[in-house]
Design a protein around this ligand. Structure first.
Ligand SMILES: Nc1ncnc2c1ncn2[C@@H]1O[C@H](COP(=O)(O)OP(=O)(O)OP(=O)(O)O)[C@@H](O)[C@H]1O
Length: 217
């Protein structure tokens, strides 16, 4: 499988966020996406996940047979996208049924992220780091080769960060692919890295440091 991104550009709120982003990701590879706050890292994941449409460039997904890119990816964003009234196990059961290509059972996936003891607690009762681990356990309940992860270590303690690193490396060893944004090192073996830079338009005063949403374009 191969994900090829060529000369990708993105606009939000009629402002150019970035342009000229190109990379290739093949089976077993990891891509770490870095850049300053507001540079467009989450935006790049949104484009790959099909949640936004590019202003230019191409995203090509090859080698997965009939399965489209959307059917081949997991997306774990800033928001954990869990149903708080349901237990951790119920959330994973729902995800497993919904996503198709079932892999680990919910209980096994929770065990893999060190949360077996919290399986029957409503997600509303869990800490931020525990909720993050449930969200990451979703990666394990349905087989999808491409994992798109937005700051996956946020809220995780050191031990959970190491657990996550091992899960990511195992996924790569099985031929999976990872694209992850981060502000801190993920310690992934031989990862590719791309740094997203905000487009600077001198006439419009959009710059990487001060160009937050709502400012004049
Ligand atoms: N819905 C939206 N409409 C307009 N602009 C938006 C929207 N969402 C995000 N933006 C802008 O797009 C730019 C890129 O945002 P993005 O969240 O991709 O940055 P990031 O690199 O992930 O930042 P951080 O490191 O802070 O998470 C920012 O200037 C942001 O304000």
């Amino acid at each position: 499988m191969r994900l090829s991104v060529n000369d990708l550009a993105c606009e939000r709120g009629e402002r150019r966020i970035f342009q000229g982003v190109s990379f290739v990701l093949e089976s077993g590879e990891a891509l770490v996406i870095t850049g300053r706050n507001g540079a467009g890292k989450s935006t790049l994941l949104d484009l790959l996940a099909g949640r936004l449409t590019p202003a230019g460039g191409k995203i090509l997904w090859e080698g997965a047979g009939e399965r489209t890119l959307a059917e081949c990816l997991h997306y774990v964003g800033h928001r954990d996208a869990l149903k708080s009234a349901l237990t951790a196990e119920e959330n994973l059961t729902f995800a497993r049924d919904f996503l198709g290509h079932p892999a680990m059972k919910p209980g096994e996936a929770l065990d893999a992220v060190g949360l077996a003891h919290a399986a029957r607690l409503p997600v509303a009762y869990l800490s931020a780091g525990q909720r993050r681990r449930v969200a990451l356990a979703r990666l394990l309940v349905a087989e999808r080769p491409l994992w798109l992860l937005d700051e996956p270590t946020s809220a995780l303690d050191t031990a959970s960060q190491e657990t996550l690193r091992l899960l990511l490396e195992k996924h790569r060893e099985a031929g999976g692919m990872i694209a992850a944004t981060t502000h801190s090192p993920l310690f992934l073996r031989d990862a590719k890295e791309i740094r997203i830079e905000r487009v600077i338009r001198s006439s419009a005063r959009v710059d990487a440091e001060h160009g937050e949403a709502g400012e004049a374009p």
